[in-house]
Design a protein around this ligand. Structure first.
Ligand code: KG4
Ligand code: ZN
Length: 394
């Protein structure tokens, strides 16, 4: 089936068209078209995502992205003459453009519309939800609400592993809003075993970047600096070492994380040191990144051993970090020496950060589990609301 998916949970507006097939044991995906419009420039001036600005930008960006993506879809039917405007009253930036788009665009050859229902920023989520609702009503297609975290977990499946995924798998989500370890019993069945008690790891990157005077989003900026902070000296003698940052909860008996103390330690280190030279920034970024990597890999390794896991899946914006990818690749290689079947699944670079392809994929799992809204039930569906704190294991 062909799924048109919309993602507006944070500061990226994204639309994808994905062909999905197979059953829950081996879902398969082909990306037909995908577009992402980043709002980084809008939010950078504020040092972080401003929900009202995100909402406005999603409203402006969505229709041009839909037009681009659907230009790749065949269409068989004529445009809708009188598209229903219900539900779009609150979307001032979107309403007129979307209705005009529906009146001018041939009804595309798609089978369902997917949209991120949560978690995320509610004003931002509502834009996508209202748009998806209007499209599904006008084109009389099923509507599939999707979970953003399930999207991050399933994102590596655009390159499915040979022989399929062995369950239970372990998923590590490392994004701007979440850091958690989940057992994946099967697609659609998750059990959280650990999570951050305070800041998410991406949030820690963003806050540390701000402390160091780097632009938003902090992850790419810190990791770029860190890559220049590499040293050939042994670690014990290297200039990174003197920052002496903690590895919070690295030895705790559970699978929880805490990154707020690490960020505070960076703040104290900067206050104590005074103005940072370029080399200081590089070594501090390196040491911070290494502290994060040490904690994430140690906790993940412990969970892999304890639950005797065959497949490790990592998703979320922070896995765009090259050094983190490298360290998890090393970890996987170690497991493969004793268990050749062990697999590490990491999304392609552009599918690590937010996108709508992963939303189409997560929606397909929901569709196979019969969790979608039939076209004639859309106007009365009372659960079709943005859910800012939607958990994964529902
Ligand atoms: O998954 P994502 O796009 O959005 C959320 O669902 O939160 O993740 C965004 C997060 C941001 O905190 C950003 O700083 C971080 O991912 N990030 C990185 C890198 N690229 C993005 N963190 C570390 N290194 C990177 N290269
Ligand atoms: Zn995300």
């Amino acid at each position: 089936m062909r799924i048109l998916a919309i993602e507006t949970s944070c500061d990226d507006t994204a639309v994808s068209l994905v062909e999905a097939s197979g059953d829950l044991s081996a879902p398969a995906f082909t990306v037909l078209a995908h577009e992402v419009s980043s709002q980084t420039a809008t939010h950078a001036a504020w040092g972080g995502v401003v929900p009202t600005l995100a909402k406005r930008e999603h409203g402006k960006n969505l229709v041009p992205l839909l037009a681009q993506v659907l230009s790749k879809a065949e269409s068989s039917e004529k445009p809708v003459e009188n598209p229903p405007a219900g539900g779009l009253e609150r979307e001032v930036e979107l309403k007129d453009n979307l209705i005009e788009f529906l009146q001018q665009t041939n009804t595309p050859n798609i089978d369902a519309i997917a949209v991120t229902q949560g978690p995320g920023l509610e004003p931002a989520l509502w834009v996508g939800l209202n748009a998806a609702r209007a499209l599904a009503l006008a084109w009389k297609k099923p509507l599939i609400p999707a979970n953003h975290l399930e999207g991050h977990i399933i994102s590596p499946l655009t390159n499915p592993p040979v022989g399929g995924v062995a369950f239970p798998a372990l998923a590590l989500i490392v994004s701007g809003g979440h850091t958690e370890l989940d057992l994946v019993h099967s697609w659609g069945q998750y059990e959280q075993i650990g999570a951050t008690r305070d800041d998410a790891v991406g949030e820690a990157f963003d806050k540390v970047a701000r402390l160091m005077g780097l632009p938003y989003p902090g992850g790419p900026a810190v990791s770029h600096l860190a890559s220049r902070g590499l040293s050939s000296e042994p670690y014990e003698e290297s200039p990174h070492k003197r920052w002496n940052l903690p590895r919070p909860m690295i030895d705790s008996p559970d699978f929880d994380f805490s990154f707020s103390g690490l960020k505070t330690a960076v703040r104290y280190a900067i206050e104590k040191h005074g103005e940072l030279s370029e080399q200081d920034k590089e070594t501090l970024a390196y040491e911070f990144q290494q502290a994060v990597i040490d904690v994430l890999t140690t906790k993940t390794k412990k969970a892999l051993q304890q639950f005797n896991i065959q497949t490790l899946i990592i998703g979320g914006g922070v896995i765009a970090n090259q050094k983190l990818r490298h360290h998890f690749a090393l970890l996987a290689t170690k497991f493969q020496t004793t268990n050749p079947e062990f697999q590490l699944l990491i999304p392609d670079f552009q599918l690590a950060t937010d996108n709508a392809t992963m939303i189409a994929m997560a929606a397909y799992v929901r569709y196979l589990k019969n969790e979608f809204i039939a076209p004639d039930q859309i106007t009365t569906a009372d659960d079709l609301i943005a859910k800012g704190t939607l958990p994964l294991n529902l």
